[in-house]
Design a protein around this ligand. Structure first.
Ligand code: NAD
Ligand code: UDP
Length: 345
């Protein structure tokens, strides 16, 4: 019996592969490496001392996906594969609908065909739009601010329809808050292509001198210091949340959404000062205009995950900054210098 991990070479996927292997699960990874490198998976094998099958293809290829189910005894799927850049989703919405939604429909069709009905889906706190109140609980209003958010919201609805049509499915919709940090070995971490959109990889790239300064998007929000507040969560804690969700869904049927966050919010300036203290590196920054579509504050009420999955985040902001910094300083170019590996697959 194996767990299929789509998008397993990506930031959250690679850490979840480690968590599953360390818990003695067999895994199979499908990734088209559109936003990742095979080297990440080689390092997962090195960290865990375990090997697993890797299939390099696009999830839109239904026949290839069927082959995975024919060649392996798949028990459940953790579905990370998807495009995730908000700005890009506004520029090329059809690619986002095709890549994220169509591929999920194909995945579910194939799962149904092979009678595999356990699914953990990567949703996002973006489904809360600009939240009306904090902390945000799972029953808050849902709405999308952009095509990326709409893909998450639509997929959640598609999966609810699927469950309504066949109540032998068991589905967890995991709504991540702001994943940062990296495996404590510094061997795997976030590896954005081009200039990062998210704050932590931007900060670490400023710290190694690849970028000149951080632009802080607005300092006139109604928050502790005027800058945006987010619920940053360590990616290793997040990976562990997938393990707990997997264990939960494999023993029952139903569909449930869970917030995966710490329940604590930190401002941009708090994040910068914690990072500076931990790394000993000064982060030059400049206040600029607010980024359109940003909410002032977003942090989770994670109590449902604690109650029902037995999961709670353990790592604090200092550890997140330390681990992000270790990953970046050990790998100033990310996995870049190993791009040639792709050709080997
Ligand atoms: P990532 O880009 O690092 O990982 C996604 C992986 O999926 C990549 O390895 C990519 O190559 C692969 N992929 C994309 N489309 C594919 C396709 N059609 N077929 C096969 N492989 C494909 O992203 P991540 O940060 O690890 O995020 C994983 C999931 O979590 C995504 O669905 C993302 O939307 C969601 N999410 C991420 C965040 C975040 O801040 N990182 C927050 C909330 C939700
Ligand atoms: N942010 C910033 N400069 C950047 C990137 C982000 O000031 O270069 C701020 C952003 O306005 C938000 C916080 O950092 O308040 C987290 O942003 P990120 O894009 O990482 O996550 P999201 O906005 O999706 O929660």
């Amino acid at each position: 019996m194996a767990i299929l991990i789509t998008g397993g070479a990506g930031f959250i996927g690679s850490h979840t592969c480690v968590a599953l292997l360390e818990a003695d699960y067999d895994i199979v990874v499908v990734d088209n490496f559109s936003n990742s490198e095979p080297e990440a998976l080689r390092r997962v094998m090195e960290i865990t001392g375990k090997s697993f099958k890797v299939y390099a293809f696009d999830l839109l290829n239904e026949k290839d996906l069927e082959t995975v189910f024919i060649e392996n005894h798949i028990e459940a799927v953790i579905h990370f594969a998807g495009l995730k850049a908000v700005g890009e989703s506004v520029a090329i919405p059809l690619s986002y609908y095709q890549n994220n939604i169509t591929s999920t429909v194909i995945l579910c069709e194939v799962m149904k065909k092979f009678n595999v009905k356990n699914l953990v889906f990567s949703s996002s706190a973006t489904v809360y739009g600009i939240p009306e109140q904090n902390p945000i609980s799972e029953d808050a209003n849902l709405w999308a601010m952009n095509p990326y958010g709409r893909t998450k919201l639509m997929i959640e609805e598609i999966l609810r329809d699927l469950y309504q049509s066949d109540q032998s499915w068991s589905i967890a919709l995991l709504r991540y808050f702001n994943p940062i940090g990296a495996h404590e070995s510094g061997m795997i971490g976030e590896n954005p292509q081009g200039t990062p959109n998210n704050i932590m990889p931007y900060v670490t790239q400023v710290a190694i001198g690849k970028l000149r300064e951080l632009k802080v998007f607005g300092n006139n929000y109604p928050t502790i210091d005027g800058t945006g507040v987010r619920d940053y969560i360590h990616v290793v804690d997040l990976a562990h949340g997938h393990l707990m969700a997997l264990e939960k869904i494999c023993g029952q049927t139903g569909i449930e959404a869970y917030n995966l966050g710490t329940g604590k919010g930190y401002s941009v300036l708090e994040l910068i000062s914690t990072f500076e203290k931990i790394s000993g590196v000064k982060i030059p920054y400049r206040i600029v205009e607010r980024r359109p579509g940003d909410s002032a504050v977003s942090f989770a009420d994670p109590s449902k995950a604690e109650r029902e999955l037995g999961w709670a985040a353990k790592k604090g902001l200092a550890e997140m900054c330390a681990d992000s910094w270790r990953w970046q300083s050990k790998n100033p170019k990310g996995y870049e210098e190993l791009k040639g590996m792709k050709a080997l697959l």
